[in-house]
Design a protein around this ligand. Structure first.
Ligand SMILES: Cc1ncc(COP(=O)(O)O)c(C=O)c1O
Length: 382
């Protein structure tokens, strides 16, 4: 009987849950009823306009994912085969794939052990006369010091593609992430600050890059004769339905960021004194952590608990987690490109084995965070 009523059911904590409100649903319904269901229609243009205004870039191009945004952005630079591009070693594979697909020579840079972004001193060492671009990706929590990077790149005329997929609403020195790049990319996958189901955006102040990106996401239809195409391009268009959801979600970005910060703070308070793990703090001199994900790193190897073991133990308690990225130097499909030759990546290797991230849905209650942290502290005894 108890079972029938679900009373024995353990509570399950997903890693993230999209936050779709009544207003979002009304907005999507309106777009559907208006009959604009493909990428034609007013909402895509409106979303681009609202988004570029929010970021502080002149132009925006809506696309079908953050991966698509990266592919289009890299191709829009019109680099030559063999030109060098600096790419983070610890990131989503989309950064490397966008570069490989344009036949660029990738130079990988390791991250910090506690700041999981690219190590700026390593970036400097990897710059050569052939370096034409860098994919500057913000990873998990604190932003990459792209303000420092900009100074270096300006001198050397290196183009910055800022991958702000994880960092919408995150500020670096009071300026939004995504506003620093020569060209910037974003993702609206369901686990991001705002979602369109799947989706992405490119922003820039550069008219030429904007025009090229707009063309590339839309099969580069011929300017003179429509079906005589101008380039090898993609159909990476965003639909009007998705854009209507994006517009509605973007309206409450500040509120979403505040909620994420609150969740991060509750976790931080409960885990910061556990010396067997590391959790990023709530702020540094240059940024407030908006905790896109609440990530932790296991520090004490003697406990013989790596991320995989920890994830299984938490799963048994109904707590879903995700492992950290699998770094580029360890990707089997990238071996043949020799991109990690003669370089070592000790920090990426460590954090991919010992890092994981925790439930951080916007609706998570403090009592639930308390429960999750008590389990973590018990497994990784203080
Ligand atoms: C840093 C970064 N860049 C790009 C992407 C790709 O975005 P999408 O999943 O929309 O293709 C992700 C995905 O989470 C990401 O974390």
């Amino acid at each position: 009987m108890k079972k029938k009523l679900g009373l024995n059911k353990k509570k399950f904590f997903p890693v993230s849950m999209p936050d779709v409100t009544r207003k979002d649903i009304i907005a999507v319904n309106k777009a559907l009823k208006a009959g604009w269901i493909s990428s034609e229609g007013p909402e895509v243009k409106k979303f681009e306009k609202n988004f570029s205004k929010y970021i502080g870039h002149k132009y925006a191009v809506a696309v079908s994912s953050g991966t698509a945004a990266l592919e289009v952005a890299v191709k829009s630079l019109n680099l030559k085969k063999g030109d060098e591009i600096i790419v983070p070693n610890f990131t989503i594979i989309s950064n490397a794939l966008a570069s490989i697909k344009q036949n660029l020579k990738i130079k990988l840079v390791d991250c910090g052990k506690f700041d999981w972004n690219m190590d700026i001193s390593q970036i400097k060492k990897n710059i050569s006369k052939k370096t034409k671009a860098i994919i500057a990706t913000h990873i998990y929590n604190f932003p990459l010091r792209i303000d420092l990077l900009k100074k270096i790149c300006k001198k050397k005329k290196i183009i910055i593609i800022e991958d702000a997929a994880e960092a919408l609403g995150q500020k670096l020195n009071k300026k939004l992430c995504g506003s620093y790049g020569d060209i910037s990319t974003f993702s609206f996958y369901a686990n991001k600050q705002i979602t369109t189901g799947e989706g992405g955006m490119i922003t820039t102040n550069n008219k030429k890059l904007y025009e090229k990106s707009s063309s590339l996401r839309n099969l580069s239809f011929g300017k003179k004769d429509r079906f005589n195409h101008d380039d090898i391009a993609w159909n990476y268009r965003m639909t009007n339905i998705q854009a209507s959801l994006g517009i509605s979600q973007l309206k409450r970005i500040n509120q979403i960021v505040r909620t994420k910060q609150k969740i991060g703070l509750e976790y931080y308070k409960r885990l910061k004194n556990n010396s067997n793990l590391y959790i990023p703090k709530i702020k540094t001199k240059y940024a407030k952590n908006i905790y896109w994900v609440v990530a932790i790193l296991i520090l004490n190897k003697k406990l013989k608990i790596d991320a995989k073991k920890m994830m299984n133990k938490l799963k048994n308690e109904g707590i879903a987690t995700r492992p950290f990225f699998w770094p580029m130097n360890k990707q089997k499909i990238l071996k043949k490109y020799n991109i990690s030759k003669n370089a070592s990546f000790p920090n990426s290797n460590y954090i991919c084995k010992y890092g994981l991230y925790l439930p951080s849905s916007l609706k998570l209650k403090t009592s639930e965070i308390n429960f999750i942290c008590s389990k973590i502290n018990k497994i990784l005894k203080k």
